[in-house]
Write a protein that binds this ligand. Structure first.
Ligand code: THG
Length: 599
């Protein structure tokens, strides 16, 4: 049988259409939803479509078969809400029941696909196990008076996704589909769960991701642009990436086009049959939808296409017919770059200008910020972050390492507050701490692709590798300090030696993306009065040149204000030293620096 990869090279594959729209057609009543097994269940069950995989499996099977007959290569499991939070509305959130729902849904889809494949063995049919977006959000507050409040945590989502995933794997899926993503942090929790579970159980299965653009500004609900959204999730190396739902196909076209140009994986799209009308129905006929989609196929945007809300087998048949004459999109070669994001993308490569990372949101580096955080004056603390972005910081460094603080809580609270300030959240975050639990707390709060500052070989290879693996699983780039078991590198040779060793470990043991490795060869203070310190600036600059040569695609960063620490209080001298230092360091290949962006 042909593999999925072979099929994708050959033609545009067809995904099925809406499940809910089809279920509506059966006009099921409360008793139908309950079946025999749940006839005494204490809460109403009408509308719990995912339950039908257990109580009316023949209906779900009929729907899958109708789509397969219409030409679908891939069918989606009936599991959109089959998770803890989706089932809580019905008192059905128990792990065993959620697991069972997912097993059952995957089995129904598996059997329908296998039956279709048996009829046409040259056209294998595949099951995509759907992990829905969840009716809760990790990035937004429902409390208007408290923008930092959250109903759900990353870890809760991750645990919930794991239960659903296990069930679908047991039921026999071929692909995992994380879909209708409106909150990228929810999706990051899903990807974390997938990667963690796959690694622990030696599973290698393709992952498809589909976001949903809910307003005309072209952003997902939590505010990210499509490219920022892509940058946040591409660490899982998805088989395919794209959009589904929400505004209808015409509105989606520019985003499909843009994604098709930047994503170095296959593209999947499954639009609605237009916007819902006044009666909750959908007006786009199969012909209208197919005509629009044929235009995308003709333009070379598509690899996998199907339908979302309002589409049925006739839509899928029309789409399959309309795209069959067009070749599939070729996956483009995209330049290697460190692709970060806040609400907006921030791509750094060899040709980028120097990237300024704002240093002022650091309790150890700013007396003012420390006071504001200790006094819990978060409004003013946020204004420190905002000023940096206004002054040109393209990334903001956040550090809460202070003895008087609960650092994990302060990091969490501050990042949650930033998430609701679009003028700050548009830039990526650098999570700065010498304590791993604070870094991890921060990673659980950001929907964008941020930078962990920092990890190192200080405690040996095992913990370094373990932390790097987690950073990637959370979807973050890393700063690696030139620090090993024997201490911090202070000479040119030691800096190069440690960074090269770290680079080779990351590449060999984890296949860590080289563009997501940012070395910090230690900016130390010069002119301290100690003779040996006087060459520290030059050591950093020369090491930068050699590390860039030895470690292809890796970037170099440093804490610029450190170099002038001996002149604290004398800002004109400090600024002059920084200017000279940067002049040479940037020429030697320094890509980014933690600086006072306003200066
Ligand atoms: N590498 C990495 N991360 C880092 C550093 C680094 N994080 C922290 C630090 N070094 C970079 N950040 C700062 C922030 C402020 C100052 C220096 C470095 C600083 N502050 C003034 C002072 O202390 O005199 C201002 C004080 C105030 O306003 O109260 O110099 O090297 N990866």
């Amino acid at each position: 049988m042909k593999t999925l990869e072979e099929l994708l090279k050959e033609r545009i594959l067809i995904l099925d259409g809406a499940m809910g729209t089809m279920i509506q057609g059966y006009k099921l009543e409360e008793a139908d939803y309950r079946g025999d097994r749940f006839k005494d269940w204490p809460s109403d069950l009408k509308g719990n479509n995912d339950l039908l995989s257990l109580t009316q499996p023949q209906i779900i099977s009929e729907i899958h078969t109708a789509y397969l007959d219409a030409g679908a290569d891939i069918v989606e499991t009936n599991t959109f809400n089959a998770n803890y939070y989706g089932m809580a509305d019905y008192g059905m959130e128990q792990d065993e029941l959620v697991y069972e729902l997912n097993v059952a849904a995957a089995r129904v889809a598996r059997e329908a696909c296998d039956a279709a494949t048996a009829k046409t063995p040259d056209k294998p049919r595949l099951v995509a196990g759907v992990l829905g977006p969840m009716p809760v959000t990790a990035s937004m507050s429902k409390d208007v008076n408290n923008p930092g409040a959250r109903d759900v945590s990353f870890d809760q989502l991750r645990a919930a996704y794991t239960v659903s995933l296990k069930g679908m794997l047991e039921g026999g899926i071929d692909i995992v589909l994380v879909e209708t993503v409106f909150d990228t942090l929810n999706a990051k929790a899903a990807l974390f769960a997938i990667d963690e579970y796959f690694e622990a159980n030696n599973i290698d299965m393709p992952v498809m991701i589909s976001g949903t653009i809910t307003d005309a500004s072209g952003r997902i609900l939590t505010g990210q642009t499509p490219e920022a959204f892509w940058n946040s999730l591409r660490h899982i190396k998805p088989l395919s990436f794209g959009f589904n739902c929400a505004l209808g196909a015409k509105e989606l076209r520019p985003h499909v086009e843009a994604m098709s140009a930047i994503a170095d994986c296959y593209i999947n799209v499954h639009p609605n049959a237009g916007l819902p009308n006044a009666f909750g129905g959908f007006d786009e006929t199969p012909e209208m939808l197919a005509e629009e989609i044929a235009d995308w196929a003709r333009s070379g945007f598509l690899n996998i296409v199907g339908g979302c809300c309002g589409t049925g087998p006739d839509h899928i048949r029309a789409i399959a017919e309309a795209v069959k004459e067009f070749p599939p999109r070729q996956v483009p070669d995209v330049p290697v770059a460190c692709r970060l994001s806040g609400l907006e993308p921030c791509n750094i490569d060899e040709n980028s200008l120097f990237v300024n990372v704002g240093e002022r949101t650091n309790v150890t580096g700013s007396a003012r910020f420390k006071r504001l955080i200790l006094e819990e004056d978060y409004d003013e603390a946020l204004s420190v972050a905002r000023e940096q972005v206004e002054n040109g910081a393209q990334v903001i460094d956040i550090n809460m390492d202070e003895g008087m603080l609960d650092g994990e809580k302060a990091m969490t609270d501050f990042l949650n507050l930033i998430a609701s300030e679009p003028d700050i959240a548009r830039v990526p975050v650098m999570i700065d701490s010498s304590k791993w639990p604070i870094i991890e707390a921060g990673l659980k709060c950001i929907q964008g692709k941020g930078i962990v500052n920092s990890i190192s070989l200080k405690e040996g290879e095992d913990s370094f590798i373990q932390q790097a693996r987690l950073c990637r699983r959370y979807g973050a780039a890393i700063i690696v300090m030139a620090f090993d078991e024997t201490g911090q590198a202070d000479t040119h040779a030691r800096k190069v030696e440690i960074c090269s060793r770290a680079y080779n470990l990351l590449r060999d043991k984890l296949d860590f993306p080289p563009e997501d490795i940012i070395f910090d060869p230690n900016v130390f203070a010069v002119a301290t009065g100690i003779e040996e310190h006087n060459n520290y600036g030059v050591d950093f600059i020369e090491a930068t040149r050699d590390i860039k040569k030895a470690c292809p695609h890796a970037l170099i960063s440093g804490g610029v204000s450190n170099v002038s620490f001996s002149f604290r209080g004398n800002n004109p001298v400090r600024e002059a030293i920084h200017a000279v230092f940067l002049y040479h360091a940037i020429k030697a290949g320094m890509d980014m620096g933690i600086v006072n962006a306003g200066q």
